[in-house]
Design a protein around this ligand. Structure first.
Ligand code: WTA
Length: 631
């Protein structure tokens, strides 16, 4: 039933089948789900408009597959185990039956407050089970959720609310993160001063911090849930109705709303969860991501719960109260599959092996990584010290836009190779092209990574702006989905992701558009112009390096740099703060006025030996000054 692959031969067979007869392949996978009405056609697509439809005309509700479908077989099995920030605060466990009840009740709360099919609801919440309840309740009533990472600023939140014209915000009073208690509702209040579509805010009480509740608009979660019916019939959705919007950064200044739809996303996230983690029925699975990112959507909430898994949600941070916290949690719940980001691995590696020593970690079977390339050293540390040499590492490559994992080893089935995402999963047809779009065939080639055939959980559009979707992903190379990543296919045919080839920086696995950060820096009244590049950072993978031209009159450089960091933090959020700021007299530009980022990148990397010919620049003299200033 789970469509699980068990052997290398099985992988080869399934992969071939998925390429030669994709419709038969996906129809067999989809048959294990509960559909109110079966599809008329498996897939209908062209990458020119682009138009992609999966399981055409099928009817379903994804929450019936997550909740109702599992009630009789596993009602008493833990669905979500919640581990709080403070190790001695009691944890919470919601069984499938309890999760079903909470979701039904909250669905009724949404409906009572006027939420209807197609309405957009923003979820701006910390890592508490109610965040998952909120997502599933939206899906149950047919509302389109858009989760915004609770670390984003009021401005970023307001931009997202306005872009999707949301009707409601679900939030909490505050958020516990390590030693800190962070206000959340206050940020929402500030955001709502810049929006006019929100009718209600429902606030979950978590930290007990004082909040202002605007009468007629703001409601308490616990009061709304009191006395509400536990019966709720899920809304019937078309396979291609929107399930959610998730905003992500690209090469332009404005984040785009990536749209995922119900049927295909459901089929693909469960299929990949089962195969990539080789989950068996009594296992405990833990993904450390935040629900504000796609990993939290697909592999904390939807994939695992569709598969009937027990999924852990952790509220805190890896280093609180000490850098052994992850390993304490692994032992506490006897975690079998552990999925985290390379940046977390490198941060913990920096503390040495002492924090690991008190723990057995003998329940672990599979280790995963996601979000950025993992360097070989971190891979080996993870493999040797956490996996004790016996757990395969699944280096999973995918994107917000892809909805689910596309390239990854299948543990115990296909080989692993340090720093390689290795092989495409069944249904995924990668192709490498050069900058002109010529296919680079065979092995030992390197170029831009594209996908040539649709898969069920790919993005359908960017919300409210289909042209943008077309231009960003389907116009660079005709007939192909362009990922924005560079890739190498080695002599054995394994894929290694080399990082972004566009103006996107990956900081601790979080995508930041250089233009977005530049726009924020430019908001500072003393800034005249800026250029942002990424540079290699030991822990974060990449750090943000900003070159800034500014008016220094009557100010010290240090004060101004701090003010610029604060400006960015206020406009986007603390994750976008530049690590390094260099005040420069000018920026290297081509004669047509384009900033030569290649040069700025080299200087930021500390590699000034191979800057190439700078004599054709409009202002070659500025390069020497920048190099001097960097030292
Ligand atoms: C990068 C995260 C190397 C890549 C799921 C991609 C990776 C971007 C890997 C998407 C990996 C993700 N190895 N690079 N295993 N996984 N990336 O949308 O550059 O937050 O394009 O989705 O992260 O980031 P996003």
């Amino acid at each position: 039933m789970s469509n699980r692959i068990h052997t290398l031969g099985g992988y080869i067979h399934e992969y071939q089948k998925s390429v030669l007869e994709p419709e038969n392949f996906w129809s067999r996978v989809a048959d294990s789900f509960y559909w109110r009405k079966r599809w008329d056609k498996v897939v209908d697509w062209n990458f020119d408009e682009p138009k992609v439809q999966w399981f055409v005309n099928a009817k379903l509700n994804i929450t019936e597959n997550i909740l109702d479908r599992h009630l009789f077989t596993m009602g008493d099995k833990p669905a979500i185990i919640w581990e709080p920030n403070e190790p001695d605060e009691p944890n919470r466990i919601l069984t499938y039956k309890e999760l079903h009840r909470e979701v039904c009740k909250f669905s009724n709360v949404l409906k009572k407050n006027g939420i209807e099919k197609g309405d957009r609801v923003i979820i701006y919440m910390p890592m508490v089970p109610e965040a998952a309840v909120a997502m599933l309740a939206c899906a149950r009533v047919g509302a389109i959720h858009s989760v915004v990472f609770a670390g984003f600023s009021a401005q970023s939140l307001a931009d997202r609310i306005n872009d999707c014209q949301a009707k409601m915000v679900l939030t909490s009073d505050g958020n516990f993160r390590g030693k800190k208690s962070i206000p959340v509702k206050a940020v929402v209040d500030e955001a709502l001063a810049q929006t006019d579509t929100i009718q209600n805010v429902i606030c979950f009480k978590r930290t007990g911090t004082d909040v202002t509740m605007e009468s007629g608009r703001d409601l308490w979660w616990h009061e709304e849930m009191q006395g509400i019916s536990e019966e709720n019939k899920a809304e019937e959705m078309d396979s291609e109705d929107m399930l959610f919007i998730l905003y992500t950064s690209g090469s332009t200044g404005k984040p785009k709303g990536v749209v995922h739809t119900c049927g295909g996303y459901m089929v693909y996230t469960q299929y990949t969860f089962n195969n990539v983690f080789q989950y068996s029925s009594d296992d405990v699975y833990w993904c450390t991501a935040d629900v504000g990112w796609i990993t939290g959507h697909s592999y904390i909430v939807y994939g695992p719960l569709l598969a009937g898994a027990t999924t852990i949600m952790f509220e805190g941070v890896p280093t609180y109260p000490n850098p052994g916290r992850f390993w304490a949690i692994v032992d506490k719940y006897k975690v079998n599959q552990f999925y985290t980001a390379p940046t977390a691995i490198r941060a913990l590696e920096a503390f040495g092996t002492e924090p690991i020593e008190p723990y057995k970690l003998d329940s672990l079977k599979v280790l995963g990584t996601v979000g950025e390339p993992i360097n070989e050293e971190a891979w080996h540390w993870y493999h040797d010290h956490i996996g004790k040499g016996k757990c395969p590492i699944v280096d999973t490559w995918w994107q917000t836009e892809t909805g689910g994992i596309l390239i990854s080893p299948i543990p115990g089935v296909t080989p692993t190779k340090p720093a390689y995402a290795t092989l495409p999963l069944p249904g995924i047809q990668p192709i490498i092209v050069d900058s002109e779009g010529n296919e680079l065939k065979g092995n030992s080639v390197q170029g831009n990574l594209c996908i040539k055939f649709p898969w069920p959980s790919m993005l359908r559009t960017t919300y409210g702006d289909h042209e943008r979707c077309k231009n960003t992903y389907f116009s660079n190379y005709k007939g192909l989905y362009f990922t924005g990543d560079g890739v190498k296919r080695d002599e054995d045919g394994y894929y290694r992701i080399l990082g972004r080839v566009d103006d996107v920086i990956n900081v601790s696995g979080h995508r930041m558009g250089t233009a977005e950060v530049e726009n924020a820096i430019n908001e500072h009244p003393k800034v005249i112009e800026s250029a942002v590049v990424g540079y290699p950072h030991d822990i974060k993978g990449q750090g943000i390096y900003a070159y800034v031209i500014c008016d220094l009159a009557n100010r010290s450089e240090d004060n101004l740099k701090n003010e610029i960091k604060e400006t960015v933090s206020k406009i986007i959020g603390p994750i976008a703060k530049p690590e390094k700021i260099q005040i420069v007299p000018g920026l290297p530009k081509t004669r047509s006025g384009k900033i030569m980022r290649r040069i700025l990148r080299k200087v930021a990397e500390g590699d000034t030996s191979s800057l190439g010919d700078t004599s054709t620049l409009l202002n070659p003299e500025v390069v020497d000054e920048i190099i001097k200033g960097a030292q």
